[in-house]
Design a binder for this molecule. Structure first.
Ligand code: GDP
Ligand code: GDP
Length: 450
């Protein structure tokens, strides 16, 4: 599990600026369904060796009514799911009524809260920060999110104490041991961890029930907390699986409830835990950015994926054709993932999902030797020469496996760190085709030869 950090504060204090700095990417997962919030963002933070999930809660004024109240409530849910809350205030504004309201709320929570005074650049930080002691939230941390000043210190103070509970927070250490052991892991002997993820109401619980068989429903009906998925061991065709169920507690009746039970944090944690991620999409809704972001998140995390387009029952033929065209267009970036058209309700196509799950896992964990990888690299190089960099041709020398699940190929050569992105992508695709890899992202990394 990765720790979860929520950024909380009034609008304009610098939450998105800090979020962008911590994630260094535009791949934020934006929750975009109605009723959740308009702009709550989730990202994988990789900063100064720290690895965690960060939520930009979108801003609370402290005096919400109506729509804003719903939004504030959702921000409060994010706070509930977080291991650590960074409460941002604006050093240039002094303490506002909104800050006080948020502080009152946070003081009542049993949460680790750090008060972060942003925008200390170009002003007398000591003087500006003195005012905020009145919020009585302990030690103050001054930062300038826009310039990165103080951010490393903030993480050392606030996050490092969580390292004992979350070994993956500082992956540097964990990675070393993985590299040593990856050749000895017998992946076939391990249970395959399969996460079922997707937006609310796409049919995740229906599918989970279908997979488990109706008699198992009672077992899986146990209530989890908002952020923890339920892990369900099962067997199928002689293979052990652990289903990671994000759909959570069964709910009947009210529509709004589905959204309340849905948790992006839970989904992201499930993806982190899984070997293979089954992304469920609703055939009756257009493919949303949220669907694409979920897929992107899983691939970034190095997880294998299979896509299930659910509710394929009762659709007219021309409607089906139209949906398929739309999917081709929007899912082009994951053309290596299998897409299944299923009906969780009737069970149609559900069994075949497992063929692709197995295939993706096999692709992700298959051993490939140095000579084979080097041969493929040479073929790629013969068909399409690497470009010149400052007048010299980049030379690829040999390739070997750097790890599995996801598969990593390490290429050694001269000036390989200068290879343009287009050639790197060419190599990734070449390896993918030559190795027949399906459903899993592969990573090609480069090492400069001495
Ligand atoms: P949010 O609404 O809390 O997400 O705030 P934003 O991240 O959008 O920032 C609001 C404004 O403050 C933007 O104009 C930022 O450029 C500015 N800002 C953010 N961080 C800093 C900082 O460290 N120093 C200064 N001077 N301005 C900042
Ligand atoms: P979850 O929020 O993703 O767990 O979604 P549920 O499994 O609770 O399903 C949401 C709604 O979609 C329910 O009313 C289900 O009966 C319905 N549903 C689920 N799967 C199918 C399907 O394959 N076909 C049709 N027509 N409806 C489905």
């Amino acid at each position: 599990m990765l720790p979860v950090v929520a950024l909380v504060g009034r609008p304009n204090v610098g939450k998105s600026t800090l979020f962008n700095r911590l994630t260094r990417t535009r791949d934020a997962l934006v929750a975009d369904f109605p009723g959740l919030t308009r702009d709550r963002k989730y990202g994988q933070a990789n900063y100064d060796g720290y690895h965690f999930i960060v939520i930009d809660t979108g801003g609370i004024h402290g005096d919400e009514e109506g729509v804003d109240e719903v939004m504030a409530r959702q921000s409060l849910q994010a706070i509930n799911e977080a291991d650590l809350v960074l409460f941002l205030v604006d050093a240039r504004d002094g303490v506002t009524v909104g800050d006080q309201a948020i502080a009152d709320h946070l003081r009542k929570q049993e949460k680790r809260v750090y008060l972060v005074c942003n925008k200390i650049d170009g002003i007398d930080a000591e003087v500006a920060m003195a005012d905020f002691h009145s919020l009585a939230l302990g030690q103050l941390h001054g930062i300038a999110a826009a310039h990165g000043r103080g951010v490393e210190q903030l993480l050392n103070d606030s996050l490092k104490p969580l390292a004992d509970d979350y070994p993956e927070l500082l992956p540097g250490k964990a990675e070393d041991s993985e590299t040593l052991e990856h050749d000895e892991i017998d992946y076939d002997a391990l249970p395959l961890k399969l996460a079922i993820v997707g937006r609310p109401n796409v049919g995740k619980s229906t599918l989970t029930n279908r997979i488990l068989g109706e008699e198992r429903v009672v077992v899986y009906d146990m209530p989890g907390t908002t952020r923890d998925s339920v892990f369900i061991p099962m067997q199928r065709d002689g293979r052990e699986y652990i289903l990671i169920d994000t759909a959570g507690v069964r709910r009947r009746g009210r529509i709004g409830e589905a959204i309340e039970k849905y948790s992006v944090v839970k989904t992201l944690q499930a993806i982190e835990e899984a070997n293979v991620v089954l992304v469920v999409i609703d055939a009756r809704e257009t493919v949303s950015d949220q669907d694409l972001n979920l897929i992107g998140f899983a691939l970034n995390a190095g997880r294998s994926i299979v896509i299930a387009v659910n509710k394929w029952d009762g659709l007219k033929q021309d409607h089906k054709e139209e949906i398929k065209r739309e999917l081709d267009r929007r899912l082009g970036f994951v053309d290596f993932a299998r897409v299944h058209f299923i009906s969780a309700l009737h069970g149609t196509g559900v069994g075949h999902l497992f063929e692709s799950v197995e295939e993706a896992y096999a692709s992700a964990t298959r051993r490939v030797g140095t000579s084979k990888l080097t041969r493929i690299m040479e073929m790629a190089q013969d068909e399409h020469q690497p470009p010149l960099v400052s007048g010299r041709r980049v030379k690829l020398k040999y390739a070997h496996a750097g790890g599995y699940n996801p598969p990593r190929v390490i290429i050694h050569g001269n000036q390989v760190n200068q290879l343009p992105g287009s050639y790197q992508r060419y190599l990734v695709n070449y390896f993918r085709k030559a190795l027949g890899v399906m459903g899993t992202p592969i990573k090609v990394e480069f090492k400069e030869s001495e």
